[in-house]
Design a protein around this ligand. Structure first.
Ligand SMILES: Cc1ncc(COP(=O)(O)O)c(C=O)c1O
Length: 456
């Protein structure tokens, strides 16, 4: 294998095999952790971002995860499954009740009450007239169901999506993703997937400072693809990117108008940003209504895998075909967990909490920016935040090694998060997090940034 083929890629997260990761292992793993760590590394197929692992966990609860030694980490990643917190008592109770009912798996062509109730709940809370639901086990599959539905509705197959986006793994979902990590060394993905730039106001290739100019250029690129590649089935995007970048309302209004003008469907992948994370139940409520909404991760209540799509009544057109023929489509246990998770988000007003605590957290991070020169930009919406580290605020050169060092220093101090794009610390805690826990996270980040600064 050539060196080019084995080069690590920093787009999706921190890299498994760096010297900093080795040092973290040497200095932090106890003997009992090392044993299970070694077995994990022995039996799992190694791949970037999963094996070998960071450490070995024994528990997760609320906003926290805990390792085998009992050390706790405030988890600001949680893969986005933990909007209602990990193992929320109400979700646990719903799952136990469903186990006692003795219906977990539900064979296809039959239904069950939790599955119907979850679909009904989503149809009720989803914006506008999005009211038809289809479930599946995971987010990548949900993205592919959305793409298939768009093909069936429009009779077209091409798509527009954004560079740097992640929409899941599998040939269809990876094709609309815009990362080298998932496009290289796998041969042809699904044809007809065109990519354009996402409006990044801090770091865009044209050096534009004004948001209007960035929006205009991105909309121009989208329209150009729509014109040169006619018969577009859909544009798929996260309304707020994972990085996160928060587009203007004008941008999404412009995209919606272009999709309507060219007959392409608008698919919003809210697998991370949905279900309260951005301060509203759905991120699209800040912007415009999509034709298909894709949900996942927290749809399993922070306990079980579940995902799905919600679309309009008029797209209920598949009577004689299937786009989501998944064995666990109406799994009663997953649905019970999802329903309880949604009820927690509603009854504990977690969207509102994400809005209020998100603003509090954002301001605290801006305060940190005034103090720590490594922070170039603070960005995000609700409890979906990111801080971008730069070597120099003028040149905006990415501080990649520094970001990794801050991540490991924070981890040693009990704060877990993921680094994306090499230099962005992504902070997405459980929406049940408290103000005190946010203060703790900010203190740890401050100390970690200070320690890395003094190393230079
Ligand atoms: C935005 C987005 N879409 C799709 C997916 C894929 O979901 P899953 O891992 O459940 O297949 C992810 C997972 O990280 C995601 O973040």
């Amino acid at each position: 294998m050539s060196a080019e083929n084995t080069r690590p890629i920093w787009e999706q997260g921190d890299v498994n095999l760096t010297a900093a990761r080795q040092k973290y292992w040497t200095e932090n793993l106890s003997d009992q952790i090392k044993d299970w760590f070694a077995k994990d590394a022995k039996y799992f197929l190694h791949q970037a971002l999963s094996t070998p692992v960071m450490t070995v966990l024994s528990q997760a609860s609320g906003a926290w995860i805990q390792d085998l030694d009992g050390k706790r980490y405030l988890d600001m990643h949680g893969n986005g499954v933990h909007n209602a917190g990990f193992n929320h008592p109400r979700v646990l109770e719903a799952v136990r009740r469903q186990l006692d009912e003795a219906l977990t798996f539900c064979p296809r062509r039959y239904t069950n009450i939790p599955a119907v109730q979850l679909a009904e709940k989503l149809a009720t809370v989803a914006p506008g007239d999005l009211c038809r639901v289809l479930f599946c086990p995971g987010g990548s599959e949900a993205v592919e169901m959305a793409l298939m539905l768009a093909r069936m509705v429009t009779g077209r197959f091409k798509t527009i999506s954004f560079w740097d986006a992640y929409h899941g793994t599998g040939f269809g979902a990876a094709a609309v993703g815009g990362e080298e990590h998932f496009h290289s060394r796998v041969g042809p993905l699904v044809p007809g997937a065109f990519h354009v730039q996402f409006p990044d106001y801090y770091r865009n290739p044209w050096g534009f400072a004004r948001k209007e100019d960035v929006d205009a250029e991105c909309l121009r690129q989208i329209e150009q693809v729509l014109q040169r590649e006619p018969e577009m089935a859909a544009l798929i995007a996260e309304p707020v990117s994972a990085k996160p970048v928060v587009p203007t309302r004008e941008f999404w209004t412009g995209v919606r108008a272009l999709c309507d003008a060219y007959g392409a469907m608008l698919i919003f992948d809210e697998i991370i940003e949905g279900l309260g994370r951005t301060g509203k139940m759905f991120a699209c409520e800040h912007y415009v209504q999509p034709d298909i909404l894709v949900l996942g991760k927290s749809l399993g209540g922070g306990l079980l895998p579940f995902a799905g799509i919600v679309t309009h009544e008029k797209y209920n057109i598949l009577q004689d075909r299937s786009i989501g023929h998944y064995t666990h489509e109406k799994n009663a246990l997953c649905a019970a967990a999802g329903l309880a998770g949604l009820e927690v988000i509603e009854t504990e007003a977690l969207s509102q909490r994400a809005d209020e605590l998100g603003t509090y957290f954002f301001r605290a991070l801006e305060g940190l920016r005034d103090k720590q020169a490594l922070i170039g930009n603070v960005t995000g919406l609700g409890l979906h935040l990111g801080i971008e580290l730069v070597k120099d605020r003028k040149t905006k050169e990415k501080a990649v090694q520094e970001a990794e060092a801050v991540m490991f220093s924070a981890l040693e101090q009990g704060l877990s998060f993921k680094v994306i794009d090499g230099n962005v610390l992504t902070l997405r805690p459980a929406l049940t997090i408290s103000r005190e826990e946010i203060d703790l996270a900010v203190d740890i980040l401050d100390r970690a940034l200070e320690a890395v600064k003094s190393e230079d």
